[in-house]
Design a protein around this ligand. Structure first.
Ligand code: ZN
Length: 161
C-alpha cells in the first residue's frame, strides 16, 4: 500500500506558515487528543465511502490541508478527520476546520468582486470593477472567451484589438 502521499510534508516545504503557527497547531491537536474533546470521528472504522462505495472510510490524524490564496501557499499538516483508503477522498472534523479557518480567514482570495445582473433576452451581464480595468489596462470594449471550469469557476480571456 502506498502511503507516501499521506505523509506530512517535510518542514522545508512549508513556506508560508511560521514555525510558531505550526507549533500552535501542534498544541491545539495535542490538547484535543489529551482532553475529552477528541475528534468526534475518532471511532469511525471501515464505513462505506460516499464517493467510491467501498467500506474503507476510517478516522485519520495525518490529513494535510493545502491551498494557494493570493499566491501564497498554505500547508497545514497533522489534521484529524476521516479518509477513504480506497479512493483517497477525505473530510476534516470540526476541530480541524476551525484550525483551517484560523489560518485562511483573513487572507484575501486574490479576486475582485463583480456583480452579475440581468441584461435581458435570458442573458446575464457581469460588471468588471474599475480596479480590474486599471490593473489590466482595459480601455475599450471588445469580446472575451469564457471557459467554464466548474459551477464556481471560469476563465475569462479578453480578445481586445
Ligand atoms: Zn472512497
Amino acid at each position: 500500500m502506498n502511503t507516501k502521499k499521506e505523509d506530512a510534508p517535510p518542514m522545508s516545504d512549508i513556506s508560508t506558515i511560521t514555525p510558531e503557527m505550526v507549533e500552535e497547531t501542534k498544541i491545539e491537536i495535542a490538547k484535543r487528543r489529551a482532553g475529552r474533546h477528541g475528534s468526534p470521528l475518532k471511532d469511525i472504522v471501515d464505513v462505506t465511502c460516499p464517493v467510491c462505495g467501498s467500506p474503507t472510510v476510517s478516522f485519520a490524524d495525518n490529513l494535510v490541508f493545502e491551498v494557494v490564496l493570493a499566491g501564497e501557499r498554505i500547508v497545514i499538516p497533522n489534521l484529524t478527520g476521516i479518509r477513504c483508503s480506497n479512493c483517497g477522498d477525505f473530510a476534516f472534523d470540526a476541530g480541524s476546520s476551525k484550525i483551517i479557518d484560523r489560518y485562511t480567514r483573513n487572507k484575501p482570495s486574490g479576486g475582485y468582486e463583480c456583480s452579475i445582473s440581468t441584461v435581458g433576452a435570458g442573458r446575464l451581464g457581469m460588471y468588471i470593477p474599475k480596479d480590474v480595468l486599471r490593473v489590466m489596462e482595459i480601455t475599450k470594449k471588445g469580446k472575451a472567451i469564457v471557459t467554464p471550469l466548474s459551477k464556481q469557476k471560469m476563465i475569462v480571456e479578453l480578445c481586445l484589438e
